[in-house]
Structure formats: structure tokens, C-alpha cells
Design a protein around this ligand. Structure first.
Ligand code: MSK
Length: 652
């Protein structure tokens, strides 16, 4: 396996992480005897084979049961297929719940804003409000923003509780796709209902048919991708603005030696938006100067970073595997964490330095972290109080322990679907037509969505960077989200100059004309829905078939690790897009489950999963899949050269 970590030989920092900033800090961690996820990975040698193959069942307390050739049935009689399918569905449920609870929080916030109960949050993007209201047939003409927002917030909230009606957002997909979902019986009802039903069906003694269970996995994932995550993305646009291209930078070098450094980490944007709004408040700047600092640097990790990068240009300190490393620089006064992808080890790492870890969400607390009761009703002042606390911690910084790597790279982020449409067509003719034409003419061969996390099992960022470079070289436009986008940002690839240097001729021409990078940062994990939205727009624009399935497009999760990634992969496949995994699912203990996800899914949806552990092989597979799709669309035909006669010329 390319880049796989071999735990049997001493592991060098260069085999753990590929970017120079992280390597430098990992060496510092070793010198200062700080435990990280990498050293803990080594102590977790010989990971459980029953777990990794998906055939350990601990759903009831007669077990745990483990399936082997000698004991092919659990105590209740469940076989490997039932067990692996149930475990898989529970992963999808957890991922869906995570994205959707994030969406619910924002929908409830929108309702409060519309009711005038939140003085510090506003509807910042009225055009987005009215655009999304139309999706729900809400009248927008001659109505105030608050009125429209209240009705829309209620629609969003009903998407969670709908008992018998399918999700209304499904109607945003091409008609053909909607029919496929109806015929295969995967149309999700309310988001909460899907999560509860799936948990019921995986309880001991309920659903035992692996195909029925896996179909429910796709159905639940659609409640995420076309429901909860989509709502999160839409409300964020309404309250905090639809992203548009913005410059910033990425990697640990964004931290500064002479300022108070605050890092936000997690996923939800409500607090981080307020921190971004208040960090340059003159009162705060004066307070920092009084403490001996030049000011306050706000930076982000993981998807909270992406949220405020996309809209405010706040720099990215790093992606998932850099969360402990950021503290080890010795230069972080406070790390504020909200939900998801936050390692419980952070307070332990912080004990070696002066960093205060602050948990700012009641549903996500960690032993050793300070809990801060963020007051959304008085959000601006509450955010300022938190920043003041960080400034107070500046005097505890030990200069002898500070070592900020100098590495960071510039980037351009903020490519929402609206921004892409505007960028391609301009103010008066904003449209996807130029992109469709470039694909039809073959200047761009197709589109690849590269998404997801980092994982200690492989050298961080390598797969993503090798794959992305190979794809743009071969004229494939790359769309990115999450930690994968940050990985390209750290490598300096999210700039228009990357197109000039590394893209193939056709893609370079398009990027040069428009001034865009060949890899587009589209946002956070919930913003994977923007990739589906872009695919729907391409279909709507015409000339490339009548469904998302069949487009020259592929999804890839090179270094994924979270249950959310499993849900994302499933809703991409159920939407008709093939998904390449750089690391396998925990299903290899069941041939039937593996076959269902890798073969039968394609018969149902037109897309399926494939695991390819080498980035170059993955690139070859993606290119072949894209060329096959182009053949089927009939756009690979070479145009015959024809000499024009007088009649033709007159016609022209
Ligand atoms: S933060 S889910 S490590 S992308 Fe969205 Fe990154 Fe994966 Fe978390």
C-alpha cells in the first residue's frame, strides 16, 4: 500500500506527515516528550482484525460475538453479512446525525434571528435567503427578510420531523435522479425519523437482511446530503454570507510570535463568526497591547477553519492531524473547540504548555478543558469576553518553548456554486454554460471531488496531493472540501498560478481566462453538498445528459477517517457518482456486503465504491471512469475536419 505506515520499524516524522511545518513540530514533540496521536497509534499495534473486517458484534449483551470460519454465527444466529451491514449502517447514522444536528442548530438560530430574538446575528445575505426560499415555494416578493426567513426556518425545521413526507430538498435533484430514488425506495422521510428508524432496525433482533439494511444506509445518507448537511450549508450562507473567492494562507506558520494566538476548531460557525467579527474590535486590540502583544491572531483548524476562511479570509493553522501540533508550537494562548473531529487528548497535550482548551458547546465537553457558556443572545460581547480570557493567558507563555514553523502558503478559497457561476459568466450572464462547453469540447475532461480527512494510517496529505496533481495535469477540474482542501492549501496548490504551472493545456486555458485555481476550495464537510449542487447545475445547464449519474465526475476520499465520511460517500453513490476510497471500509469480513457496496449499488444508482490505496492508480481509474462517461455521453467523438464550400460559408 502506498504511503502506508509500517509500525514494525521506528517511524520518522517524515513518514507521519509530509508538510515541513508538521515535521518540524513532530520533532519538537519528540524532544519535549509530548504524546500525540502518532505515538498512540504505535501503542495501538495489531489493531483488532474483527473490528477492521466489520464482523465484531456487540449490539446485545450475550456477546460480543466475533465471526470466524469456525464460528460463522453469533450467539443469536446473526451471520457476517448481518453483522457487517448493521455496523456499517450505524456508521452512516452517526455521520448523518453529526451533520444534521449541526444543521438543526443553525436552522433554530435562523428562526430566532427572524423573530428578532438574536441582536448580534443578522441576515447578511438577503439574496441567498430569497434564493433558498424559492426552493420551498415560499413567496418572496413584497415581503420583508424576517418574514421570509421565519417561514423558511420553519420549513427547515419540518425537514427534521417529517413523519410521512419525503424530504422536500430532494426536489433540487434532477428529475431522473428523483425517480431512481423513488423506484429503489430510498427516498428519505424526515431526518430525525431516518436516524431513529435506522437505530431501531439495527437493534438486536430487528432487520437481518443485509441488503435491506444497506439500502437503509443509502436512504439515511440521503437525509444527510440532501437534508441536514444541505440545510447547514444554506443557513450558513443566509446568516454569514454565500462565500466568494477570498485570499488567505494555510499552515502552522500563520501563527505569530508577537501576537496572542487563538485557534478555533470543530465545525459550527456561530461562535467562530462572532470571534472573527470581534477580534479587531479596538477595545480588544487595546487590551492585547496592554498585555504586551501586538494584537490578536485568529486562526482555524478543520472545518470551523473552513467556515471562517471561506467568508472572512481567516487563515488556516492546519487540518485534522495538526490539532495537537498547533499546541506544541508553544504559541497558542487558547484553542476553542466546538463539535466533531476534536481529539480528547488536547487538554493532555496542553498541560505541557500554557494553552487553555475551551469547550464552547454544552454537547461537547472534554475533561481538562474549561467550559465556556457561549451566550448566543449576547454573542458579540460573549465572544469578546472569550478573547479577553485568551489575552489574559498571554503572560503565561514560555518563550523558551515557542517554536513556530515558518511555513505557510497563500491560497484562494470561497468557491460556492454561486461564486463559480458568477466567475464563469460574469454579472450579466452568470451561468454554468462555459464550464459545460469546456467539458463538451474536451478542454476539461471532467470533474473530481476530493474530500475528507487525514488518517494516521498513511502519511498525511501525500495521497491527496499526488492524486490532485495528477488529475489537474490531465485536465480534470478538482473540487475540494474539508481537511482535504486544507491539505492542498498547505501545499500551495489553491492558487491561480498552480494552473499555469501544473495544469494540462485545456484546463490551464480555462483557468487562465477566468483567473481561477485548477483546484477549487468549496468549503467545509457540510459543504460537500455544494459539489452535488454544482453537479445538478451542470445537468440543468444541458448538453451533458439528464442526471448526475452519467456525468464525467468522480468523488474521492483519499485519507478519510470519520463516520461522517462514510455518510458522505454513501450520498455521493446514491446520487449516481462513483466514489474512490483511499482506505477501505470495515466490511471485508462479508463478501456479500462488499459486493453490494462495490457492485450492486451501481445497478441501483449508477455509482458504487471502489478502494484504491495508491494515488497514481486512483488517478488512472478516475481518468478511465471519466473517459468512459464521456464516451457514453457521445462527447468524445472527434469532430471531422471539413472544408467549407460556398453554401456552408453563406450559412455561417
Ligand atoms: S474536519 S470530518 S477531519 S474533513 Fe470536517 Fe476534517 Fe474529516 Fe473532520
Amino acid at each position: 500500500m502506498a504511503n502506508e505506515i509500517n509500525k514494525t520499524v521506528p517511524i520518522k516524522p517524515e513518514s507521519r506527515m509530509s508538510d515541513p511545518a508538521s515535521i518540524e513540530v513532530l520533532k519538537k514533540a519528540e524532544r519535549e516528550c509530548v504524546e500525540t496521536c502518532f505515538s498512540r497509534y504505535d501503542t495501538q499495534k495489531n489493531q483488532c482484525k474483527f473490528g477492521t473486517s466489520g464482523v465484531c458484534c456487540k449490539i446485545c449483551h450475550m456477546g460480543p460475538c466475533r465471526i470466524t470460519p469456525k464460528s460463522p454465527l453469533g450467539i443469536c444466529g446473526a451471520n457476517a453479512d448481518t453483522i457487517a451491514a448493521r455496523n456499517y449502517l450505524r456508521e452512516v447514522v452517526s455521520g448523518t446525525a453529526a451533520h444534521s444536528d449541526h444543521g438543526r442548530h443553525l436552522a433554530l438560530l435562523l428562526k430566532k434571528v427572524a423573530e428578532g430574538k438574536e441582536k448580534d446575528y443578522k441576515i447578511k445575505d438577503d439574496a441567498a435567503l430569497r434564493r433558498y426560499a424559492k426552493y420551498y415555494d415560499i413567496k418572496t416578493e413584497n415581503r420583508g427578510s424576517d418574514q421570509v426567513a421565519l417561514e423558511l426556518a420553519d420549513c427547515f425545521i419540518r425537514e427534521f420531523s417529517s413523519q410521512e413526507e419525503p424530504l422536500r430538498t430532494l426536489q433540487l435533484a434532477p428529475e431522473k435522479r428523483q425517480k431512481i430514488w423513488k423506484n429503489t425506495k430510498v427516498e428519505p422521510l424526515g431526518i430525525d425519523r431516518m436516524v431513529v428508524e435506522s437505530m431501531h432496525r439495527t437493534h438486536m433482533g430487528v432487520d437481518h437482511d443485509y441488503k435491506n439494511i444497506l439500502r437503509q444506509a443509502f436512504r439515511t445518507s440521503l437525509a444527510d446530503g440532501w437534508g441536514g448537511a444541505r440545510i447547514a450549508s444554506m443557513v450558513s450562507d443566509i446568516l454569514f454570507e454565500t462565500p466568494s473567492p477570498i485570499r488567505s494562507s494555510a499552515n502552522l506558520g500563520v501563527l505569530q510570535a508577537d501576537t496572542v494566538n487563538i485557534i478555533v476548531h470543530g465545525h459550527e460557525p456561530s461562535l467562530s463568526e462572532m470571534l472573527a467579527a470581534s477580534v479587531n474590535d479596538p477595545e480588544i486590540v487595546a487590551y492585547a497591547k496592554k498585555a504586551g502583544a501586538k494584537g490578536v491572531t485568529l486562526a482555524g483548524l478543520c472545518c470551523t477553519a473552513n467556515e471562517i476562511l471561506m467568508r472572512r479570509g481567516i487563515p488556516v493553522a492546519g487540518n485534522f492531524l495538526q490539532q495537537e501540533l498547533a499546541i506544541i508550537t508553544g504559541a497558542v494562548e487558547m484553542m476553542i473547540v466546538d463539535v466533531q473531529c476534536v481529539m480528547p487528548s488536547l487538554p493532555e497535550v496542553a498541560k505541557h504548555y500554557h494553552t487553555e482548551i475551551v469547550a464552547a458547546t454544552d454537547i461537547a465537553r472534554t475533561i481538562g478543558a474549561t467550559y465556556f457558556d457561549f451566550d448566543e443572545d449576547n454573542a458579540y460581547e460573549s465572544a469578546k469576553n472569550l478573547i479577553r480570557k485568551a489575552i489574559d493567558n498571554y503572560s503565561r507563555r514560555d518563550p523558551a518553548k515557542v517554536a513556530i514553523p515558518r511555513y505557510k502558503n497563500p491560497l484562494v478559497a470561497g468557491f460556492s456554486v454561486e461564486a463559480i457561476r458568477y466567475m464563469l459568466g460574469g454579472t450579466f450572464r452568470a451561468s454554468f454554460r462555459p464550464l459545460n462547453d469546456a467539458i463538451i469540447q474536451g478542454r476539461i475532461r471532467g470533474v473530481a471531488g476530493i474530500v475528507g480527512c487525514n488518517n494516521v494510517k498513511s502519511t498525511s496529505d501525500v495521497y491527496t496531493n499526488v492524486l490532485a496533481a495528477e488529475l489537474i495535469k490531465n485536465n480534470i477540474l478538482v473540487l475540494q472540501t474539508g481537511c482535504s482542501a486544507q491539505c492542498s492549501g498547505k501545499a500551495g496548490c489553491l492558487t491561480p498560478e498552480t494552473a499555469l504551472e501544473f495544469a494540462g493545456k485545456g484546463l490551464r486555458e480555462v483557468c487562465e481566462t477566468v483567473g481561477m485555481p485548477p483546484m477549487l476550495h468549496m468549503g467545509s464537510c457540510v459543504d460537500n453538498v455544494r459539489i452535488l449542487e454544482a453537479a445538478s447545475e451542470i445537468v440543468k445547464e444541458g448538453g451533458l445528459g439528464d442526471d448526475i449519474g452519467g456525468l464525467p465526475a468522480v468523488g474521492i476520499a483519499p485519507e478519510w477517517m470519520s463516520e461522517k465520511a462514510v455518510a458522505i460517500g454513501c450520498y455521493f453513490v446514491a446520487s449516481g457518482i462513483d466514489v474512490v476510497l483511499g482506505l477501505p471500509f470495515y466490511i471485508s469480513g462479508s463478501e456479500n456486503v462488499t459486493n453490494y457496496l462495490e457492485q450492486e449499488a451501481r445497478e441501483m444508482f449508477g455509482g458504487a465504491f471502489i478502494t484504491i490505496e495508491d494515488p497514481i492508480e486512483a488517478a488512472k481509474w478516475v481518468m478511465k471512469t471519466i473517459e468512459d462517461a464521456r464516451d457514453k455521453l457521445g462527447i468524445n467523438k472527434k469532430t471531422e475536419r471539413k472544408l467549407l464550400d460556398m453554401k456552408d460559408r453563406r450559412a455561417i
